[in-house]
Design a protein around this ligand. Sequence first.
Ligand SMILES: Nc1nc2c(c(=O)[nH]1)N[C@H]1C(S)=C(S)[C@@H](COP(=O)(O)O)O[C@H]1N2
Ligand SMILES: [Mo]
Length: 597
Amino acid sequence: MTTNGGPTPEDLPAPATDEIPEVQRSYRSELKRKDKDVIDEDWAGGVPAQYGVAPRIRIGKTKWFNLLWLIPIGFALLVAAIAVARGLRELPAVQDFMHTYPGTSELPSWAPVGFPAWVGWQHFFNAFLLIFIIRSGWQIISDHPRLYWNRNSSPGDDWFRIQKPVPLDNPLYTAKQDSITLPRGVGLPGRRHSIGLARWWHLGVDTLWLLNGVIFYILIFATGQWVRLVPLHWDVIPNSISVAIQYLSMNWPLETGWTNYNSLQLIAYFITVFIAAPLALITGLGMSPALSTKFYLVSRYFNIQVARSLHFLVMVWFVFFIVIHVTLVFATGALQNLNHMYASRNDDSWVGFWIFAASLVVMIVGWVAATPVTYRYPRVIQRVGYALIGPAQRLFEHIDSHPSRYTEKDISPYFWHNGHYPDSPEYEAMRAGNFADYRLRINGLVENPVELDLLQLRAMPRHEQITQHFCIQGWSGVAKWGGVSMQTILDLVKPLPGAGWIVFYSFGNGPDGGIYYDAHPIEQMSYETTMLAFDMNDEALSFGHGAPLRLRNEVQLGFKMVKWIKGIEFVHHFSEVGGGEGGYNNDHEFFGYSQSI
Ligand SMILES: Nc1nc2c(c(=O)[nH]1)N[C@H]1C(S)=C(S)[C@@H](COP(=O)(O)O)O[C@H]1N2
Ligand SMILES: [Mo]
C-alpha cells in the first residue's frame, strides 16, 4: 500500500540550542485531571438527563409500532387462549391425546432424582449475577438506543429504537447527543452516557457468570443431571403441547419437578441453558472490533449489528423466561418448589421458603446498592472491572490484521459523528486558512522529533484502507481512509528503546475541559491498519470527522481514535500523562485503556 518516498529527518530544521525548542514541547500541560472521582450532576460535562421513548419496532419502511400495545394485545390473546384451551379439553380427541401424552417425557432409569445442594447455589449465583448483567446491558443499549441488522447503522435503517428518529436537519448530530438516561434502579448506573461504568459491570460480572456457567456444565455432565435438561425423545413435542393446554385451561399438570420436569419446562430450561446462554457469549464477542478484524469472514455475515440485535433478543428471552419461571414457581406449589431448589428436599416445610427469602434480601441489597456504590466509587468499579475482563481484552489485541478487506461498495452511506467538537480560536483560524498553518508535532522518546505540515504528510508514502469503525456506544460504519501508515512515522522519528506508549493529543477539548487525548501501545503502531488519516472516502477529512488529521487503530473501539490531532508524544507509560488512566475517557468517564471488546 506504500507508494512514494517522503521527507527524511535530514530535511527538517535543526533545533535551537538555548531553550527547549518548540518541537520538543509536550502538550501535557493542556490536559486536565478530573477534580473529583465521584459521579454527580457535573457528570460528562454536565450533560442534562434525556429520556427516550417507549420501545418501538419498525414495520415496513417507515411505520413504527409502539411495543406498549403488546400489553393489551397480549392480555387479550391470553384470555382468548384460555377460552380455546378450555374448549379443547372438552373434545374427546383432545382428551385422548392428553391421555397418551400426559406432559412428561420418560427419563432413562439411571437419571438422578432430586437436586444436590450445588444446583441451589449455582441457581442463586446465576440469578444474582443476572441482575447486574441485565441492568448494565440496558444501560449500554441506552447509549445508542437503536438496533440494526446491517453494519452501516444508517438513520431510518434501525428496526428497533427507544429514542426519537435521528434529526436529519443537523448534519453534526453526534451519537452522544442521541444517548438516553435510564431511571435510577433500572439502568446500571443510570445516568446518561455512563457506558464506561456500565461496561465494567456488564463485562466484569459476565466473567463471573461464565465461570459459574462453566462449573455448572461440568457438574451436570459429571453427575448425570444433564439428562434432566436435554430433550432426548421426540415425544417432548406432543407432551409440551399437552402441558400448554393444561396450563392454559387452568387445570395444571401434576408437579413432578423433583424427579422429572414436564416437557414444556424441559424445553424452556434447555433453551435457556444450552442455547440462550452460549448465544449470549457468542453474540457478545461478535461486537468486538479486534475479533471482527481477525475473523473477517465470520464478521462479514455475522457483523456487529447482527450480533448486537441478537444479543438484545437473548436478553429479551432471559427476561421473558425469568418472569414466566418465577410466576409458575409460585403458582404451582411454591413451598415444594422452593424446597427443591433452595433446600434440596422434597416436602411442604417452610425451610426452602426461608432460605429463598434470605437470598432475596441479598439480591435486593445488591440491586439497590449497585448504583449509589458506582456513583461514589467509580474508580473502584473501573479497577475491579478491568481486573476481571482486562486480560481477555488485552489478549484479543494481539492480532494479525490486514487492511482493505472491505471494498468500495461496502462503504457506509452514513457515518455517525461523535465526540466534542473543537472550538478554540487557534483551531478556528487554522480551519479558516484551510489548514495551511497546520503543524503536527511528534516528540517525546524519539531520536528525531519533528513538525510536519499537511504538504509534508501528503508527500509521504500514501496508505489506504477500507475498514469498519466500532463505537463503544454500539454504532458502526465502513469508510475508506487515506493517509500515512503509523509505521512510516515510526521509521521517520525512530522511537527510543524506552518508548512503550504513544499519546495522541487533539485540538478539541473533552466535555470536562482540557484537551482530548488517548494512549496506544507501541506494538499496535506497527499493525497494518494503524494510520494517520487525512482523507476519508477519497475526500479531505471533514471538520466533523477530525480535520485535518485523525488516528485509525482498527483493533480498538472508536473513542481511542483521536480526531483533530495536533501532537503525538512517545512516552514510557501513559501513567505519566494527564490523569494517568491512558486517555481522556479513561480519566474522566472511567473507560479502559485496552478496548478490543
Ligand atoms: N478529539 C476527539 N477525538 C475523538 C472524540 C472526541 O470526542 N474528541 N470522540 C471519539 C469517538 S467516541 C468516536 S466513536 C470517534 C468518532 O469518529 P467520527 O465522528 O468520525 O465518527 O472519534 C473519537 N475521537
Ligand atoms: Mo465512540
